[in-house]
Design a binder for this molecule. Sequence first.
Ligand SMILES: Cc1ncc(COP(=O)(O)O)c(C=O)c1O
Length: 433
Amino acid sequence: MTNICVNKLSVEEVREHIPLTNEYIYVDNGSTTPVPIPIMEAMNEYLLEYCTNVGRGGYNLAVEATKNFDLAREYAAELLLNCKMEELIFTRNLTHASNIVAYALEHQPLDRVNGMFEYGKPLIKWEKSDKIITTVMEHHANFMPWLRLSKNLGIEMNIIEPTRDGILLPETFLEIVDENTKFVAFQHVSNSMGTIHPVKEIIKTIKEKNPSALVYIDGSQGPGHLPVDIYDLGCDFYGFSGHKGPLGPPGTGGLFVKEDILMKMAVMELGGGIVSDVTLNDWELQSEVPSKRFDAGTPNIVGFIGLGRAARYVAQEIGLKAIKEREHLLTERLLDGIRNIKNIHIYVPEDSAYIGGTVTFNIDGWKCSELSLKLAKDWNILTRAGHHCTIPLMRFLNVLDKFGGHIRVTFHYFNTEEEVDTIIAAIKACNKA
Ligand SMILES: Cc1ncc(COP(=O)(O)O)c(C=O)c1O
């Protein structure tokens, strides 16, 4: 991989790459992020200069497209997760990643191995006494696939609760994980409370209690916002959204799977581009790059070329540590400015060590969606309001009926201190209204 050595991009430079920052205070980064111009340029280059399919044609342009598509996977894998490209499946989003895993947990792989076309061993040989564990904080994308799985298999799903201020603790997992626990799914960073959970410690606790339990991490709000070292975390699966922290285009995401597990997974989608042979009676999946077994059909080539460029942008040209530190700084500034406002309810961890780049809140007398619209209309502040696809958590927090959920501000590197101060002033003004 080529390492670009450039001076790190300043906040101002990044803002120049994101024209909508001239007009709006964009703090809906938890939902999706704007795409900086250099990333669009890489996508345009593909569309204008070598827009051909990948892994198929032998002429120059097709070879160039394949080379750049592979390079994009390499950049995304190494720079966002610190893993190998062979272990990174390209997905449409985090939701797609969860569903790929859920399919593989319910189906046996079918492939020609040693000349025999037959079902391989299931990833997990489920028994009625087995358990799946997830948490009350999860996004629906990291909850519904497991609920369906547990229903289909007729097994129990245990739900872990966080602390009242939204932290998942290793000791809670220690109590609940046992020898019947076969699969555990939980988030890295909360989209509804902003918590950066102690993921590494939790995974260690799970694996010490039951080494055969497989662990899936929903990293939708992680990579791009902070450095991630997948092997250090120790999980088996890690999904992420390319269109959030990494500043990649919509329609992109990824799923890390440990290499030995990947080769044993049932493939959800079958079709062109993933096989080394097909006869009238069987097929043989390619095994050169295991992650490409999940690339059936023409992939979102332009999107993933954008994601590869975005990985370099956030990791090499800005720096993931710098992004994490800046988001934390902006978050603390906002919290300092609103903490003592009368009638405000804030839903973030009390201990600053767990705080990431998100602040969620409500003000008495306002439905969150109305307040969000007011902020947009009067101050051009773009927030997200509602349940954030975490309805069970909204019930846990008791905010669904009274407020309709809560308002969310999620920062990225390009947000400024001045913007934070405007948000504080706007919240104060609304509180008087
Ligand atoms: C924690 C979390 N998980 C999953 C998702 C779903 O991500 P995607 O839209 O990429 O499928 C989101 C999106 O907001 C999220 O914040």
